[in-house]
Design a protein around this ligand. Structure first.
Ligand code: WTA
Length: 649
């Protein structure tokens, strides 16, 4: 499937699927009119609307002002005192939820744990005391680099409980990436595990932390969960076992009363430069946004069994495994490992086993399922499913139809949710009991979200004209800053279009008011739903002693959505397969396995314009095997272009 045919199929897509009548009958929001009223109310009077919504949270002290100041520096619920962990835990204990399963966990090897709300509260309180005993204070930063085990959620909520700011790093990042993030956040403590399981192999997390600490001087202590039992080094007075520390910890720990705008977490994400950005989210607004969007988008019911397959190392896991569902008192399935371990039926087996009713995954996973074949889902009973979701990248209509027919059995509404690390929570999505869905479209904005599609000069565009996707109004769960770099925050998101939030996507609005996101318009690529900056990979490549110059572009990839193609010119002419393999390994070491290049192409020099800019569009066309339509008259050196073409043949 080439990018062209994909975009074409999205452009010509005209199927539409109304929510089934039986679903509508039970849905929380179940008429177009109800949605319209909510949306209009939130647009006309955002402070009134979000103030009403905030009644759903537990406050130590009520806010004075709902919306304080203009975008981009809007503060929310100022004057209020709140605690996110209290809202995810303590308030449920006063209800019949106290014995409800909060986390239904399954490890990759098949070990299981069910953690009730009461258990979760106890473990979080104990670990919060452990952190305090380690000297962690309100406002301190804590790095979390863990596999998908319950202790990861305990650690997040324990930080939230005492007002420490967590910075979670996905386990697929390398030691160098961990060091960079430790340093940027000036983390005091790192929480990790000996390792985690992935396709039967151990991911050596502690070893990576050890290597990272050689370059991260701010880190004083490391707390290690024993997960795999693998061989690791423990440094005396620096490294401590989780289970030792927990043994003596008290289970009494009051949630600290924090300002609404107290920082909750930093999450690093890729932007268009080489240096990852520390997206900062705060307490009340983020909590409210994730809580309400979980209710609206998944039509969450008290007895749902909810499973989001993301890793908590990404924002989807933060907002829709941990904070959103737990604030709603939901039962959340959490799975440690790979979808194809021990076989390709693992996800469907889990759905049958735990009677999952809400299932939220990524298009890249769906494309892999399609490739693995229908025999896997067909072996299992999927009749417990009610709602299906996708997130992370545009879904091609063919993958959408497969999800609808084979997994949803034409019974389950699909919510294609558009949002970003920066937006904190879902922004644009169908409502399952309201919106007729069109395969490939994320449909309409949620209440409180006011998107526009504009030209590069900021003018509104007509139906079906492609442009930039921007937000005209602030929302409570938007990022507040880039950690330590407010100027970059303003520059990145608020300087492209006057008075608007812009985070890099192109989109169009169809004649029915449906939004179709076409993908990034900056140098960010989306590899298996993971955001990666091409510049990040370029800086990794040029850090190799043999590389003179590198240009990295995405190309259409059948499973990953986009693959990584690297054009490399060397200091000396020594092209070889060994060097290709070495460069691939080098990038993995610098960034992590998720940035593994799919192709390394050597080239004597890179094509540049007269002013010295690398001609990326041309390289993208070459990587995709497309004939370039671009005018090449500004090419500095035609022979370079010709040479690249030859290598392509
Ligand atoms: C893309 C993930 C099309 C988009 C939650 C965005 C999507 C980037 C969708 C954010 C969707 C996410 N349809 N594209 N439903 N959801 N994207 O920060 O390009 O990892 O800018 O957040 O993913 O990626 P991030």
């Amino acid at each position: 499937m080439s990018e062209n045919t994909n975009i074409e199929s999205i452009l010509t897509e005209n199927r539409s699927f109304a929510p089934p009548a039986t679903f509508v009958a039970d849905a929380g929001i179940n008429s177009e009119q109800q949605y319209q009223e909510l949306w209009q109310h939130a647009k006309d009077d955002p402070a009134g609307f979000w103030g009403e919504m905030a009644e759903n949270l537990s406050w130590f002290k009520r806010w004075d002002t709902v919306m304080d100041g203009e975008m981009p520096n809007t503060k929310w619920f100022t004057g209020g005192k709140i605690n996110v962990s209290y809202n995810c835990l303590d308030r449920h204990l006063e209800t019949e939820r106290r014995n409800k399963a909060a986390i239904i966990w399954e490890g990759e090897p098949g070990d299981t744990r069910v953690i009730r709300y009461q258990d979760l509260h106890r473990e979080v309180c104990k670990f919060a005391n452990v952190l305090k005993n380690m000297g962690v204070e309100t406002g301190d930063r804590v790095t979390i680099y863990m596999p998908m085990i319950p202790e990861l959620v305990f650690a997040m909520l324990a930080c939230a409980r005492i007002g420490a700011v967590h910075s979670i790093i996905f386990g697929g990042f390398s030691a160098d990436a961990v060091a960079d993030r430790n340093n940027d956040a000036e983390a005091k403590v790192v929480i990790t595990a000996d390792g985690g399981w992935r396709r039967g192999k151990e991911i050596p997390l502690k070893a990576a932390v050890d290597a990272s600490l050689e370059k991260s001087p701010t880190v004083e202590k490391v707390i290690v969960v024993k997960r795999t039992g693998g061989d690791i080094d423990m440094v005396p007075d620096r490294d401590f076992w989780w289970h030792d520390l927990m043994q003596d910890a008290s289970a009494e720990c009051d949630a600290v009363e924090l300002d609404s705008e107290h920082p909750l977490f930093i999450l690093y994400t890729s932007g268009s430069t080489g240096k990852p950005k520390g997206v900062l989210h705060t307490s009340a607004g983020y909590l409210l946004g994730t809580m309400m969007t979980t209710q609206w988008v998944f039509d969450l019911k008290e007895n749902d069994t909810y499973w989001c397959t993301a890793d908590i190392g990404w924002v989807t896991g933060h907002s829709y495994i941990c904070y959103g569902p737990l604030a709603n008192g939901a039962s959340v399935v959490m799975y440690e490992g790979a979808p194809n371990w021990p076989d390709e039926g693992r996800f469907w087996e889990l759905i049958e086993k735990y009677q999952v009713s809400v299932f939220y995954t990524a298009p890249t996973a769906i494309r892999a399922f399609i490739k693995w074949g229908n025999q896997w889902p067909e072996k299992y009973d999927l009749s417990s499913l009610r709602v299906l979701g996708t997130v992370g990248e545009p879904i091609n209509p063919e993958a959408w139809m497969w999800y609808h027919q084979i997994i949803g059995q034409e019974r389950c509404p699909i919510v294609d949710t558009w949002w970003q690390t920066e937006t904190g929570g879902i922004m644009i999505s169908p409502l399952p009991g309201v919106t007729p869905t069109k395969p490939g479209s994320c449909a309409k904005p949620l209440p409180g979200v006011v998107p526009e599609i504009v030209s590069e000069s900021g003018e509104a565009l007509g139906p079906n004209e492609g442009g930039l996707l921007v937000m005209a109004q602030p929302w409570p769960h938007m990022l507040r800053t880039l950690y330590g770099d407010h100027d970059r925050f303003i520059e990145t998101y608020f300087s492209t279009i006057e008075g608007r939030y812009f985070a890099g996507d192109g989109a169009r609005l169809d004649q029915d008011g449906y939004i179709w996101v076409m993908g990034r318009v900056d140098d960010v690529i989306n590899v298996s739903g993971h955001r990666l900056s091409t510049m990040e990979v370029e800086s990794a490549l040029v850090a190799h002693p043999k590389v003179a110059e590198a240009a990295v572009v995405g190309f259409p990839h059948e499973i990953k959505g986009e693959g990584i193609c690297c054009f490399v010119s060397l200091k000396e002419d020594e092209h070889s397969e060994e060097l290709q393999a070495e460069l691939i390994k080098h990038v993995r070491e610098q960034i992590g396995a998720l940035a593994t290049p799919d192709q390394i192409r050597f080239s004597a020099a890179l094509p540049k314009t007269r002013s010295g800019k690398i001609m990326r569009r041309l390289l993208r066309d070459i990587a995709a095997g497309r004939e370039s339509t671009q005018d090449t008259s500004t090419l500095e050196d035609y022979t370079i272009l010709a040479k690249l073409r030859e290598e392509d043949d």
